[in-house]
Ligand binder design. Structure first.
Ligand SMILES: Nc1nc2c(ncn2[C@@H]2O[C@H](COP(=O)(O)OP(=O)(O)OP(=O)(O)O)[C@@H](O)[C@H]2O)c(=O)[nH]1
Ligand SMILES: [Mg+2]
Length: 323
């Protein structure tokens, strides 16, 4: 990653390892859960529906041994909309850019065509690859892992392989050791207390989307998107307004729910979480908009990007990293 000349001088920079790490895997493999476990804070939203993450979410971990800048990425899938094509481009560009790739494989799912596709995708890339078998807490016996481990070693001989449970915290120290080994020697890029670069506006929209994902099924998780269109800190309470995009009128009805029950529940859950995270009283207004082709509308998609928070002095550095 470029821009280290802009970093604050570090007297022991020769002892530090710092660089970028991509989280790559099928949808639902556990990438965002692992990111949050590494950071020790909620940086990315999580759900049991595939394709929860739609952008590159940056999470920063600073330790005595250096700094790992994680790129949480959308799960690898076949794109059918402009939105999904962008999601896959994000993965592709990360593979060319980062120092280390964590290749996540869900140990609670059978190995299939999707995993084979990923193995092909990672076949000749420059970054160091570390295999990660996720969700091992779901296995009834440790020996259940053996067939999957054998398969992985057969497909990627010589690649380090670490079984983990992000929820229980198992295997995370070993995994951190493996990934820091793959980072180049050099000083940190970001201040030690910074954990993410996304804007608060984006995080608000993501939390609303997470609460919706928790309460909807079938096509709704794929066809809803959220934009924060007001973030007003001037009053006594933080005034937030967000728009929930759906594709059809019938979906609008589901999101609003009988007598507004669904949208009220989503709003309340999102507000409570945001009040805890942002440490302030919040008014959160939600509206639903029907836009049949929002997933193919570049203007809407742009507004749904994570942006870059105003990070003061290091703004130039961050812009450079973001490209
Ligand atoms: N039991 C268990 N469940 C996990 C673990 N890690 C993730 N999960 C669950 O797996 C589901 C998917 O997790 P995410 O972190 O959203 O997965 P992801 O890879 O980011 O998914 P996409 O963003 O859709 O690509 C959620 O229901 C998580 O709670 C784990 O270590 N153990
Ligand atoms: Mg995710």
């Amino acid at each position: 990653m470029a821009g280290s000349e802009n970093s604050p001088p570090n007297p022991h920079s020769e002892d530090l390892c710092s660089g970028t790490v991509a989280l790559v895997g099928r949808p639902n493999a556990g990438k965002s859960t692992l990111l949050n476990a590494f950071i020790g804070d909620k940086v990315a939203i999580v759900s049991d529906k595939p394709q929860t993450t739609r952008n590159r979410i940056i999470g920063i971990l600073t330790e005595d041994r250096g700094q790992a800048v994680f790129f949480d990425l959308p799960g690898v899938h076949k794109p059918l909309h402009k939105m999904n094509t962008r999601m896959m481009k994000e993965v592709q560009s990360a593979l060319e850019e980062v120092d280390v790739v964590l290749h996540l494989v869900d140990s609670s799912e059978p190995w299939g065509g999707g995993e084979e596709y990923l193995v092909e995708l990672l076949a000749n890339i420059r970054p160091k690859v570390v295999g990660v078998l996720t969700k091992i807490d779901l296995l009834s016996a440790k020996t259940d892992l053996l067939p999957l481990m054998e398969r992985y070693v057969e497909r990627r001989p010589g690649t380090p392989l670490v079984p983990i449970s992000a929820i229980k915290g198992d295997g995370l120290d070993e995994l951190l050791g493996e990934l820091f080994n793959g980072l180049p020697v050099g000083p940190s890029f970001y201040p030690a207390d910074l954990t993410t670069t996304q804007t608060e506006r984006f995080f608000v929209a993501e939390v609303v989307r997470e609460k919706l994902l928790e309460r909807t099924r079938n096509e709704l998780p794929y066809t809803t998107g959220v934009i924060t269109d007001l973030f007003d800190e001037s009053g006594r309470v933080l005034h937030l307004e967000a728009v929930i995009y759906v594709e059809r009128k019938s979906q609008k009805g589901i999101v609003i729910g009988k007598g507004g029950r669904m949208i009220r529940a989503v709003g309340q859950a999102a507000r409570e979480e945001l009040e805890a995270v942002l440490g302030t009283k919040i008014y959160l207004g939600l509206r639903v908009k029907v836009h049949p082709r929002w997933r193919d509308d570049p203007r809407v998609l742009r507004e749904m990007e994570p942006g870059t928070a105003d990070l003061g002095d290091i703004q130039g550095l961050v812009t450079e990293n973001e490209e």
